[in-house]
Write a protein that binds this ligand. Structure first.
Ligand SMILES: NC(=O)C1=CN([C@@H]2O[C@H](COP(=O)(O)OP(=O)(O)OC[C@H]3O[C@@H](n4cnc5c(N)ncnc54)[C@H](OP(=O)(O)O)[C@@H]3O)[C@@H](O)[C@H]2O)C=CC1
Ligand SMILES: CC(C)=CCC[C@@H](C)[C@H]1CC[C@H]2C3=C(CC[C@]12C)[C@@]1(C)CCC(=O)C[C@@H]1CC3
Length: 345
């Protein structure tokens, strides 16, 4: 049987390019597109089948930012597949971004310019708010929903005699100083995106420590700067049109400007071809594109403290317990209400 690969956020950008690349790599793949918008997912499936006729492409309804949706999607996966070879944790959001234009101009004339373009350090802030589960939206989508999905699918991914892989789409914007262990959801700061991506780096390390002996391996990737819906949302479209030639020029000097989703998916695709035992759990695998347009993958060490990563993992397990309690209370209330309706009717 072909490998089972699930990709979250598969209907656009890097996720979609990855699906294209995986189907080209392995025609026997059983690919599952996990998306929140089924209309867009259907269109994506049709497009993939046009270029890869005969491929096996399933759809899964998953809003990774909603606890209820994650639990129901996980039930569907468990009923449908006997195994999962790869789970790509790719869906992500950056709501209400603001670019500090002054800092951008200052940065342009400083020695830090390359680092600024590679990481957006000091340039970007976002506004976040709580969702209907009471979790901060960015944390819920970029991190916690994926964590809950992993927890739900652990029985399928930790089977004797088999290995399963988790591959996160992190970012060069992930920064230790944006994350606080006392505010893991980033309720009080202005860099929820950076915090959530740093959180995924730490979680990956902790998962390797706790799950490698059960055959579950986790890796972190950075796609570089890619022009997708997410990045187009950062600045007005006329601005992007104006600076696009400059972006292609900068790319000659900055290998992190991968720019196209195909290039950005390089490390995600490369990891698909590697044996998990050969990978470094402390490395982030970067998609890079040289000035001449050649794609390659390079591991770079992550700035993570083992103790904080362990504390973070414990905090996530605690939060999971609290959320599950809330869900079962909500279910009990709903059942009681349904019973009451049945009695009065
Ligand atoms: N573009 C870049 O430069 C970089 C991107 N990344 C990361 O790459 C990943 C992919 O983003 P990218 O391709 O750039 O951007 P896109 O906006 O094109 O893709 C994001 C995908 O995530 C999906 N998504 C968002 N929220 C949810 C949700 N609640 N449930 C399910 N799916 C959801 C989107 O679905 P929908 O179409 O319904 O919105 C979309 O398919 C993200 O994690 C992002 O943080 C990392 C570094 C750089
Ligand atoms: C003159 C010129 C080229 C201006 C563009 C400035 C900024 C809009 C970009 C510079 C670095 C970029 C960047 C990202 C978004 C756009 C920039 C801030 C990301 C934050 C996008 C999402 C990520 O995960 C990482 C990217 C790092 C670099």
């Amino acid at each position: 049987m072909g490998k089972v690969v699930i990709v979250t956020g598969a209907n656009s950008g890097i996720g979609l390019a990855l699906c294209e690349r995986l189907l080209t790599e392995d025609a026997r793949l059983r690919l599952c597109l996990a998306c929140r918008n089924m209309q867009r997912a259907e269109a994506t499936r049709a497009a993939l089948l046009t270029s890869h006729s005969g491929a096996s492409v399933d759809l899964l309804h998953l809003d990774v930012g909603s606890v209820r949706s994650v639990l129901s999607a996980a039930r569907e996966v468990k009923a449908k597949y006997g195994r999962i070879d790869f789970l790509y944790l790719n869906a992500g959001i950056m709501p209400n971004p603001t670019v500090d234009i002054k800092a951008l101009f200052r940065g342009l004339f400083s020695r830090n310019v390359i680092n600024m373009f590679a990481t957006a350090e000091g340039l970007l802030t976002q506004q976040d708010s709580p969702n209907s589960d009471g979790l901060q939206e960015v944390f819920a989508t970029n991190l916690f929903g994926h964590f809950l999905l992993i927890r739900e699918l652990e029985p399928l991914m930790c089977q004797p005699g088999r290995t399963s892989r988790l591959i996160w789409t992190s970012s060069s914007n992930a920064r230790r100083s944006a994350f606080s262990i006392d505010d893991i959801q980033h309720r009080h700061g202005k860099e929820p995106y950076s915090s959530s991506k740093y959180a995924s780096d730490m979680l990956s390390l902790a998962l390797n420590k706790h799950k490698n002996h059960q055959g579950l391996f986790s890796s972190v990737t950075c796609p570089g700067l890619v022009m997708t819906n997410l990045t187009f949302g950062i600045l007005p479209s006329f601005f992007w049109t104006l600076i696009m030639p400059i972006m292609w020029l900068i790319r000659i000097f900055t290998n992190t400007f991968t720019l196209t989703p195909y290039n950005g998916a390089e490390a995600l695709h490369w990891l698909f071809l590697q044996k998990p035992e050969s990978l470094d759990p402390r490395a982030k695998y970067h998609s890079l594109t040289s000035g001449s347009g050649t794609n390659y993958t390079e591991p770079r060490q992550m700035d993570i403290d083992d103790e904080i990563s362990e504390t973070f993992y414990s905090k996530l397990l605690e939060l999971e317990k609290a959320i599950r309690r809330k869900v079962s209370e909500r279910n009990a209330e709903n059942k009681a209400y349904q019973r009451y309706l049945g009695e009065v009717e």
